[in-house]
Design a protein around this ligand. Structure first.
Ligand code: XMP
Length: 319
């Protein structure tokens, strides 16, 4: 698409003008926005961009390897893989209140990012994948009544604290344009089309206390669910799909034995922007087949439910 390729060149020039020979750091989450921002800035300044991928131990199955592998090995970006699972999971031990979880993760994320960023000599800029709707939202929120439903996890406040200037090359774009730009920059289609994944990760899909055992079970169940959705060709029709592991064990039978394992909830919604959402109308056949697969393939789960709550009144995530 000629418009996007012209925009790409324009932005590359603009980034070079803004940054000059200075160094830029970027928190790479593996989401579409930060990924496209990183790819674009890399095209503009190459080695002067360093990305930090914070692994908080709340990622999906194989996620860290996939993201780091693609950017570091395939696209040649400088990527630091911050392995901080023990730190995050340690601080989260015994915590079950949703807002407390978010605050702990948000604060640690900033600490960790700062720690790694401090090791990069002479970084002057922080890159962020802020989109146009984010710009609008923060403006209208600051003028209107402040209703915070959930504290959102990002690196807000960090640039000032670290004395960094911001580079936000996607500020004029909507999500579909960011995807087109990602395509233009050569990011794989499977990557560009990925469902959004929240900053606090699996923590907010694990109501109640977070344990390594529950996270492992959740990762496996989620992988089976997404595999089912892909196999049935439904992935691109859905805004977001994931499993939540419930803080309750229930009784079941398997073979000759009684089981006493976790229940899980499957979630899938359609949405335009995440602000409102409808649950996805899977066929009963799909749901039955998926439940059977999860219960057979994932040790630790013996019951599966489907969440048919729309937003509002529910939220997309469980916390
Ligand atoms: P809710 O659960 O509020 O989610 O209906 C709306 C959308 O936002 C995502 N989400 C987050 N994204 N940091 C993020 O980057 C967060 O703290 C966060 N909380 C929710 C959620 O996955 C959905 O797409």
């Amino acid at each position: 698409d000629w418009t996007m390729s012209a925009y790409r060149e324009e932005m590359v020039e603009a980034i070079r003008r803004q940054v000059g020979d200075d160094k830029v750091i970027c928190a790479l989450s593996g989401g579409v926005d930060s990924s496209v921002a990183a790819a674009l800035i890399h095209e503009a300044i190459g080695e002067n961009l360093t990305c930090v991928f914070v692994d908080h131990g709340l990622l999906r199955l194989n996620e860290a390897e996939e993201v780091v592998g693609m950017f570091r090995d395939h696209m040649n970006l400088r990527v630091i893989h911050a392995q901080e699972q023990d730190l995050f999971l340690g601080e989260l031990e015994g915590v079950s209140d949703p807002e407390t979880k978010r605050k702990i993760i948000g604060k640690l994320f900033i600490d960790v990012f700062q720690k790694y960023a401090d090791q990069i000599d002479g970084a002057r800029f922080l890159a962020q994948g802020t989109l146009y709707p984010d710009v609008i939202e923060s403006v209208s929120f600051s003028g209107g009544p402040s209703v915070t439903i959930k504290s959102h996890h990002n690196v807000g406040g960090l640039p000032e604290k670290m004395g960094l200037k911001l580079v936000e090359p996607l500020r004029e774009l909507f999500k579909d344009e960011v995807r087109a730009l990602g395509h233009e920059l050569g990011l794989p289609a499977s990557f560009i089309g990925r469902h959004p994944f929240p900053g606090p990760g699996l923590a907010i899909r694990c109501p109640g206390e977070i344990t390594r055992e529950k996270l492992d079970i959740l990762r496996k169940a989620d992988a089976v669910y997404i595999d089912q959705i892909r196999k049935h060709g439904l992935y691109d029709e859905i805004w977001q799909a994931f499993v939540a592991i419930l803080p309750v064990r229930t009784v079941g039978v398997m073979g000759d034995g009684r089981t006493y394992d976790y229940a899980c909830a499957l979630r899938a919604v359609t949405s335009v922007d995440g602000m409102t959402a409808d649950y996805y109308p899977f066929s009963h056949e799909f749901l039955g087949e998926t439940a059977t697969r999860i219960i057979n393939e994932v040790k630790g789960i013996n019951r599966c439910t489907y969440d048919i709550t729309s937003k509002p009144p529910g939220t997309i995530e469980w916390e």
